[in-house]
Design a protein around this ligand. Structure first.
Ligand code: ZN
Length: 411
């Protein structure tokens, strides 16, 4: 309704103006280049209005023509941007699919269309790495490292390349530069810790490793490498507190206590370790000061009492009973170990010895030896990361360098 009233009002005003113009009196005479034009005032006003409108339209047309080249440039830039974004997406898809050469081609296209931004450089470097073009990846990662806004990305890529070719000195230098570019970056701690382990810098690795089994193993290694006796003692205690179930941590701590004349505390450390994780070396340590076979059997009973049902306790009691000439007790404990699910070679070899000591059935000894040949392998230090087995413990796996990954386990 309002719109209609508005149109009616405007029409009335326009009609009024038209009537007023049509009735204007007088004439207009103009002389242009020797020509004389004479007309009435209303016609002259209408002609002037038409000239003004045409003039404005012509000026607008000229402005549009002048802007045309810029518009073409923007259109081309937009096309490049869209093409570049398509290339970025294709690069990401190719990287996810593991197609290194496709990723490399698309990344080059993205760089050509979008220029060298941190994003396109990173994609180009990762694509080159995937395509095993490490030299090319290194050049692009260096370009990234030189950009203040993306230096960490560059150093991280260069660091990985250095680790890949096992250039530990270069990797350590790059880790330091990355730390400077982006202090406190989370990914750096485990990487620097791994480097410290590889370099045998146990204390450095310990400082970079969060609390847990790995830090306990590193503390054991750091204590063994420490030349200051007080610092070594503190590290031994720290390792044991970090993981009392880690046999070398308990053994080293207890040995330090024994050396300091604190035999009772040493024995209580070993007894606690036997409760949480029995290991033959703990028994060897606990029984070391005891000489007589019967006394050793009794000491073994005290230790095994901390974890009486464990097969390791049964084996220890069987071995010490046999050495003390208590053959019946040895047989009872060895059978109990078998009943507890232990089918390892060492148990059947012990049973063969017990059968020989019993002396009444030569066939029983031969049967035990046959079983030993077919038995499960003995427990060993096994890497939880790469599953390699070792007869001795190491703070870092000799096969895969994982820190604190070795656990005493059956095969
Ligand atoms: Zn390993």
């Amino acid at each position: 309704m309002r719109g209609i009233i508005k149109i009616l009002l405007l029409s009335a005003v326009a009609a009024g103006i038209a009537l007023w113009v049509a009735e204007l009196p007088g004439r207009v005479v103009a002389e242009v280049a020797g020509y004389t034009v004479e007309t009435s005032t209303p016609v002259a006003l209408v002609a002037l209005t038409i000239v003004l409108v045409v003039g404005v339209l012509v000026l607008r047309g000229i402005g549009w023509l002048l802007r045309l080249p810029g518009m073409g440039g923007r259109w081309r830039a937009e096309r490049r941007r869209i093409g570049g974004e398509v290339a970025v997406t294709r690069t990401l898809v190719a990287i996810a699919a593991g197609a290194g050469n496709d990723a490399r081609r698309e990344a080059h296209k993205a760089r050509r269309l979008l220029g060298d931004s941190a994003q396109t450089l990173l994609l180009a470097a990762e694509a080159a790495r995937l395509a095993a073009r490490d030299d090319e990846a290194e050049v692009v990662f260096r370009a990234l490292a030189n950009r203040p806004d993306a230096a960490l990305l560059g150093y991280r890529g260069l660091f990985r390349l250095a680790v890949g070719r096992e250039d530990w000195a270069e990797a350590a230098s790059l880790a330091t530069q990355a730390e400077r570019a982006h202090p406190g970056a989370d990914w750096l701690r485990p990487e620097r810790s791994r480097l410290a382990v590889r370099a045998g810098n146990w204390l450095g690795a310990l400082e970079l490793t969060p609390r847990g089994p790995a830090s306990a193993a590193l503390a054991v290694a750091a204590a063994r490498a420490e030349t200051d006796p007080r610092k070594a003692a503190a590290l031994r205690k720290k390792a044991w507190k970090l993981d009392p179930a880690l046999t070398p941590a308990a053994l080293d701590y207890a040995q330090g206590l024994r050396d300091a004349g604190k035999e009772r505390t040493a024995q209580s450390v070993i007894r606690h370790a036997w409760t949480v994780a029995p290991h033959p070396d703990l028994a060897t340590f606990a029984l070391a000061p005891v000489t007589g076979p019967l006394d050793r059997a009794q000491a073994a009973q005290r230790l095994a009492g901390a974890n009486p049902e464990h097969p390791e306790s049964r084996l220890l009691l069987a071995r010490t009973a046999l050495e003390a000439g208590l053959v019946g007790e040895a047989r009872h404990q060895a059978d109990a170990a078998l009943g507890a699910g232990l089918h390892q070679r060492r148990l059947f070899l012990l049973q063969a010895e017990i059968a020989e000591a019993e002396g009444h059935d030569p066939a029983a000894g031969r049967a035990a030896l046959r079983q030993a040949a077919e038995a499960d392998p003995n427990s060993a230090w096994r890497c939880e990361s790469c599953h390699a087995a070792f007869p001795a413990w190491y703070a870092a796996c000799p096969a895969c360098s994982a820190a604190g990954s070795l656990r005493w386990k059956a095969g």
